[in-house]
Write a protein that binds this ligand. Structure first.
Ligand code: HSE
Length: 444
């Protein structure tokens, strides 16, 4: 049986998972694809790093170039993380005509256009199933399963750490910090957890999905991002009282841009790509995606609504996605079908990204106010002047004169008008803390 020799860079959580999974299911994989996958060399940061999965010392090296340039390495598996050296590693492999499998969403977000361009020029593939949604085969689904669809909507719960935190806050009323440290212990969180909780990991992932689905490379600097750091247990509780669940969503949807009053309505549909926490109705299936599970909702113009669900973080789910890419890469090498399913094909040169300011939403607003006569009227006056309409109000009973939370649900309003009005509300003397604003996503 033909053997494909893999050079792996990175012996950490995912690397260990791939090594373990190949040991466990290597025979099965060989039987299914007719090719044996063998790990030839592994570049690690240090020989004595603590490893949950024992790797024979004879495979290890400290020099990634030894792995990439080894003539006996047929394909390179980049699991190093980071964006600077990882970019060099991938470019080096592609220039040597070696296909690359990567799980590195930050790398693709920052340099995807360049790397896919290089792969095209060199006639090799760059595979990236493990970069989004852990074990969920969402890249394959978009690239192959939905090749005949225009993608109208993607809503993704694509960060396991944030979903774990929000779930624990909702179901067990655990504090944010406690839930974060649990997610770190479970191995879901990035080395720098701010990548998770400030929404950047979700931004990398929704950017990759949006680029693939829409055929133009979405510049990550133009993706609006908000994380979950400013949310409190109060928000989770009030949302629940109102029949909603808060989820951090990656959103890529086609919308008609809003125009300023007096300007003629823009006809050009555009793509909004953003990451923000959102209240979603409990009746929607995404509201039941709990703990470290991820889910991606995709609407295609032919297929309609679809949902992909699975473990989005952790060693084994990510290893499962890497194995799928290794099998594809091995088949491509065996049959010399180097562009069988091109990994990313630019196909919409006129695709247009819209800014969040051009979108409309409904909102949940939490204010901390003094409970005394005229407070609600003063706030409503500011909103009314901005043509923003309140749909409901909750204020838990407190003693007159105390600070109390005041929750406002707002009808659809342009994002910019809402943000401007909220700045004015925050300046009112009766408002005692920065307002919290969370979008309400219809998922329509
Ligand atoms: N930190 C990521 C998450 C790992 O929590 O989803 C998977 O990309």
């Amino acid at each position: 049986m033909q053997q494909i020799r893999i050079g792996m860079i990175g012996g950490g959580t995912v690397g260990g998972g791939v090594y373990k999974a190949l040991r466990r299911n290597g025979d099965l994989l060989a039987a299914r694809v007719g090719i044996r996958l063998a790990i030839k060399r592994i570049a690690v940061k240090a020989f004595d790093e603590p490893r949950k999965v024992a790797i024979p010392h004879s495979l290890l090296t400290l020099d990634w170039r030894e792995v990439v340039e080894d003539p006996e390495v047929d394909l390179v598996l980049e699991l190093a993380g980071g964006t600077t050296t990882a970019r060099e590693m991938v470019l080096c492999a592609l220039r040597l005509g070696k296909p690359v499998v990567t799980a590195n969403k930050a790398l693709l977000s920052a340099h995807g256009e360049e790397l896919f361009g290089e792969a095209r020029r060199r006639g090799v593939n760059l595979y990236y199933e493990a970069s989004v949604g852990g074990g969920i085969p969402i890249i394959k689904a978009l690239r192959e399963g939905f090749v005949g669809n225009r993608i109208e909507r993607i809503y993704g719960i694509v960060n396991g750490t944030c979903n774990y935190i929000l779930t624990r806050m909702k179901l067990e009323k655990v504090d944010f910090e406690v839930a974060l440290s649990e997610a770190q212990k479970a191995g879901y969180a990035e080395a720098d957890p701010s990548l998770d909780i400030d929404g950047h990991d979700s931004l990398h992932k929704i950017g990759i999905l949006a680029s693939l689905a829409h055929g133009f490379w979405v510049d990550p600097r133009r993706i609006h991002v908000e994380g979950i750091r400013r949310l409190s247990k109060l928000d989770v509780e009030f949302a629940s009282q109102l029949g909603y669940t808060i989820k951090l969503l990656g959103v890529a949807k086609k919308i008609q841009p809003q125009t300023a009053p007096g300007k003629s309505p823009a006809k050009n549909e555009g793509l909004l790509v953003a990451v923000y926490p959102a209240l979603i109705p409990n009746s929607h299936v995404l509201a039941s995606v709990n703990h470290s599970f991820n889910a991606v909702f995709v609407r295609g113009d032919v297929v309609g609504d679809t949902l992909f669900y699975g473990r989005g973080a952790g060693q084994d789910p990510t290893a499962s996605a890497v194995l799928s890419d290794l099998a594809d890469a091995a088949l491509d090498l065996k049959h010399n079908t180097r562009q069988r399913v091109p990994p990313f094909v630019p196909h919409d040169k006129h695709g247009r990204l819209l800014s969040i300011n051009e979108a409309v939403s409904r909102y949940y607003i939490r204010l901390k106010v003094v409970d005394r006569p005229g407070v609600l009227a003063a706030i409503a006056a500011v909103l009314g002047k901005a043509n923003i309409s309140i749909s409901s109000v909750i204020q838990p009973e407190g003693r007159e004169g105390d600070n109390v939370p005041l929750i406002l649900m707002i009808h659809e309003a342009p994002n910019k008008a809402m943000a401007d009005a909220l700045r004015r509300v925050a300046r009112l003397p009766v408002v005692k803390a920065n307002p919290v604003m969370i979008r309400v996503e219809n998922l329509d």
